[in-house]
Design a protein around this ligand. Structure first.
Ligand SMILES: Nc1ncnc2c1ncn2[C@@H]1O[C@H](COP(=O)(O)OP(=O)(O)OP(=O)(O)O)[C@@H](O)[C@H]1O
Ligand SMILES: [Mg+2]
Length: 372
């Protein structure tokens, strides 16, 4: 998949910007605070209906304006897809190939996108919530069924917790909700375990390439719900729900399930969160993301649009050298960098767009002989 054009209006510091991208490396270059990341953010929004910077949607509206508009033309390797969204505090309009969609959520899964951003480091350093979100976004982009199960699970979890709060231990409804929670929860856990197994294999080999064979990465799904098959997980799940019921009543909350699970990263058998250096943590994130790309490509037979938001910092030269060739396996890459960035030492061919004060100047082709 690749972005052909994007037009954004009243989005962050862009009043009106239109860019035509190429099916190769596209580099958005400019000083700080000129609007480079905002362009990636608009593309990411079309695919996921959220910001990769964890901003609220209303923060994307240009200050002083009513609402923003994004129009993307994306080639999905069969045809051109036209996606238009308008968002204001009062109104949301979404059109997909000229037919109206009722909610932003119905856009999810239609455009495959992958972002590399500084915020990703939180996947290793931060709390479990971010790691669960990573798995959920990845799986939702790949499977509508997963997205549906997740929505149902969240809804039922809320209902179950509400009844636990009201201490209705004899309530018939709680039995039914427990059955349902195990049903949807099992599907989520099964899919997450499966994807973590796949990501682990690819990420391990990426980490080896980035570290010149020095680092062995292991990614594990952490859950008290044991088993690999649907049946094994479901049986253990129902048993655990029965075991924890008394405590759940006491604490008014459901203590086990995919909403509590986590992922663990190990480097040479040691917990990365506590033992890995900054550069190693960054490399883990890059390995994980590169694995996400490969797994997504294999499953959907369509490459994702790769967005890279200034992730050069804190990687040494060896790792940088190894990273860019791994990335370029993808057809289109759109990346941002500041002026005089070291990026040209690693990428020797591409289209450069200069971004200044929310405006993008005409592109120029860059081709240079590779430096050693
Ligand atoms: N809702 C908004 N309305 C208007 N301007 C905004 C809004 N949100 C953010 N900005 C501003 O838009 C500008 C561009 O932000 P952006 O993050 O795209 O910059 P950037 O070019 O990626 O910079 P850097 O190199 O520092 O990452 C910043 O000055 C930011 O403060
Ligand atoms: Mg930026």
């Amino acid at each position: 998949m690749y972005v052909k054009t994007i037009r954004i209006k009243n989005f962050r510091n862009h009043q009106e910007t239109q860019i035509k991208f190429e099916e190769k490396i596209n580099i958005l270059e400019g000083e700080n605070a000129q609007g480079k990341s905002s362009i990636l953010e608009a593309i990411y929004f079309l695919a996921t209906s959220r910001s990769f910077r964890n901003s609220r949607i209303k923060d994307l509206i240009q200050i002083g304006n009513e609402g923003f508009f994004i129009h993307g033309v994306i080639n999905d390797e069969v045809e051109d897809i036209n996606v238009k969204v308008y968002y204001s505090n009062k109104q949301r309009k979404i059109s997909f190939n000229n037919s109206k969609l009722t909610s932003f959520l119905s856009l999810i899964g239609k455009i495959k996108v992958l972002i590399f951003a500084a915020e990703d480091i939180e996947l290793v350093k931060g709390d479990a919530k971010g790691r669960r979100k990573f798995l959920d976004i990845h799986l939702s982009l790949m499977s509508e069924e997963y997205f549906f199960c997740l929505k149902q699970y969240k809804k039922i979890l809320k209902q179950r917790n509400k009844i636990l709060k009201e201490e209705k231990r004899g309530d018939k409804k709680i039995g039914l909700l427990t059955e349902q929670i195990a049903e949807y929860g099992t599907k989520i856990v099964e899919k997450r375990k499966e994807i973590v197994r796949k990501l682990n294999v690819v990420a391990k080999s990426m980490q080896k390439k980035l570290s010149k064979d020095k680092e062995e990465l292991e990614i594990r799904y952490l859950s008290p719900l044991k088993g690999e098959t649907k049946q094994e997980i479901r049986e253990g799940y129902l048993r655990k729900l029965r075991e924890t019921f008394k405590n759940d009543l006491r604490y008014h909350t459901t203590s086990i399930g995919p909403h509590k699970d986590d992922i663990d990263f190990l480097i040479n058998n040691k917990k990365a969160k506590n033992f890995a250096s900054e550069g190693q943590k960054r490399s883990i994130v890059l390995s994980l993301k590169l694995a996400e790309y490969k797994v997504m490509e294999e499953a959907t037979e369509k490459g994702a649009i790769i967005l890279v938001d200034d992730v050069l910092n804190e990687l040494d030269e060896e790792r940088m050298k190894a990273f860019y060739p791994l990335l370029h396996g993808g057809k289109q890459v759109i990346l941002t960098c500041t002026k005089n960035s070291k990026i040209w030492e690693y990428v020797n061919k591409g289209v450069r767009y200069k971004v200044r004060e929310g405006k993008v100047e005409d592109a120029d082709e860059i081709q240079q002989t590779k430096r050693n």
